[in-house]
Design a protein around this ligand. Structure first.
Ligand code: FES
Ligand code: FE2
Length: 452
């Protein structure tokens, strides 16, 4: 439980708020490059600010205030020009620096002194990032999945109708899996009459997840260079299959979590970007890597999609993992009232997450740089602190029966494509083909080994 003031401090993101000022120290992903395919001008809302994103005819991206300075027409109707965006009403032209470069029909046409709001933007890994804080802007961190060389990718986004922190606290919550993706998943499939069809195999997600609730001894959380890691300690004596420590997804401060590790057949950033105080842009950045020796299916560009959250009758779709998470976040209310919580031992990592967020807000208040604010180009970063060579770097990867045999084949054959957002992905057939090639390669390598 925290006080009302603390809850406000950690959740509000508008200009001048403590958390809003922290957020304005980061490059914020807010759209996929592919979203500009159909229309090069889009209205966007980030940290409670209404803006217009555009790509002009020279290919330059701009992110400017939503209203024309002349008579306040919404620039989402703007016309991309050679060097900027023109208002459709009387043709005033704005550059990516917010300067009004041309005012047709006026006596003094260019270099109009007044500027509209403008923020720097950059592209990386198929995403567009904005920096909305004090200049000079820091370097844009190249977190591993954005730049990993031998992989194909998909980007899914959803608007979740609640505060960003509820979404991010999900990563401080390893045990929700047992219920939200285990028992609740079972209940949803039972109601649909699809339990046997979808989950007859013991390998299915819901069975695996349900067992994560058995034999919990304790939960832990500890800081890392880029965020924190956490997990669950299981005890055989208390009913777990064996004594073990299971790590949960890695956290990259302030709003990333990463499932699995770079270089694996499927790894994902889940990014919780505050649109405003009560809406969050949830980005699933999905990265499917191939080992050396396996040719990647050809991907022309990184596609974008919006997984449906409701069916044609307006009922929530609940039979895949992200949908189960998202409905829980929204069901906590627009900004959950943390003064009324009753936390338990499973919430230890959530307490850690809040404390880390509070500490970083305080750093900005003191005038210091917060965590993951890089004044110089950080090059390629590995968010989980793990060596990028951890998978498949050795030429005999397939013979080593590492992750591939132990986990990936199970994941492939249990058909994870049906159980998460991936099933809606425009390039899911390429992903399946990649995974088929990985398996084929492994079988072949093992056969050759058996013959020698
Ligand atoms: S309102 Fe935009 S140019 Fe007149
Ligand atoms: Fe989840």
């Amino acid at each position: 439980m925290i006080t009302r003031e603390q809850n406000e401090r950690l959740t509000r993101v508008g200009p001048g708020t403590p958390c809003g000022e922290l957020m304005r120290r980061y490059w914020i992903p807010f759209a996929a490059v592919a979203q500009l395919d159909d229309n090069p001008v889009r209205k966007v809302r980030i940290l409670g600010e209404d803006l217009v994103l555009y790509r002009d005819k020279s290919g330059t991206l701009g992110l400017i205030g939503e209203r024309c300075l002349h008579r306040l027409v919404d620039m989402k109707y703007g016309i991309p020009d050679q060097n900027g965006l023109r208002c459709p009403y009387h043709g005033w032209l704005y550059g990516e620096d917010g300067v009004c470069r041309d005012r047709p029909m006026e006596t003094s046409r260019g270099n109009f002194a007044q500027k509209t709001k403008a923020y720097p933007v950059q592209e990386l890994g198929g995403l567009i990032f904005a920096y909305m804080g004090p200049l000079p802007a820091p370097a844009l961190p190249k977190w591993d999945l954005f730049v990993w060389p031998h992989a194909i990718r998909q980007i899914a986004t959803n608007v979740i109708p609640c505060n960003w922190l509820q979404c991010q606290e999900n990563t401080g919550d390893p045990t929700h899996s047992a219920w939200a993706h285990g028992e609740f998943f079972r209940y949803v499939l039972e109601k649909q009459g699809k339990l046997a069809e979808r989950a007859s195999s013991e390998l299915h997600t819901l069975h695996d997840r349900s067992r994560l609730g058995d034999g919990i001894k304790e939960l832990f959380a500890c800081p890392t260079e880029y965020g924190f890691e956490k997990g669950t300690v299981y005890s055989k004596e208390l009913g777990a299959a064996k004594d073990q420590v299971r790590s949960h997804s890695t956290v990259i401060f302030p709003f990333y979590t990463q499932t699995d590790v770079v270089g694996s057949p499927r790894s994902e950033f889940q990014i919780r970007v505050p649109i405003d105080d009560t809406n969050t842009l949830h980005i699933c950045y999905q990265c499917y890597s191939a080992p050396p020796g396996v040719e990647l299916p050809k991907q022309n560009r990184i596609p974008w999609y919006e997984p449906p959250t409701h069916d044609e009758k307006g009922e929530p779709i609940l039979d895949y993992v992200l949908a189960q998470d998202a409905i829980m976040w929204a069901a906590q209310g627009p900004i959950t009232d943390r003064t009324k919580e009753m936390l338990g031992r499973t919430d230890v990592p959530i307490v850690f997450l809040r404390r880390q967020l509070d500490e970083q807000i305080s750093r900005v208040e003191r005038g210091d740089d917060p965590m993951n604010f890089f004044r110089n180009d950080p090059g390629m970063l590995h968010g989980n602190g793990q060596s990028p060579e951890s998978h498949w770097a050795a030429p005999d990867w397939a013979r080593k029966k590492l992750f591939v045999s132990a986990g990936f084949r199970q994941m492939f054959h249990k058909g994870f494509y049906k159980d998460d957002t991936d099933r809606y992905g425009p390039d899911i057939e390429l992903v399946k083909e990649l995974h088929r090639r990985i398996e084929e390669y492994e079988i072949q390598a093992n056969r050759e080994e058996a013959l020698t």
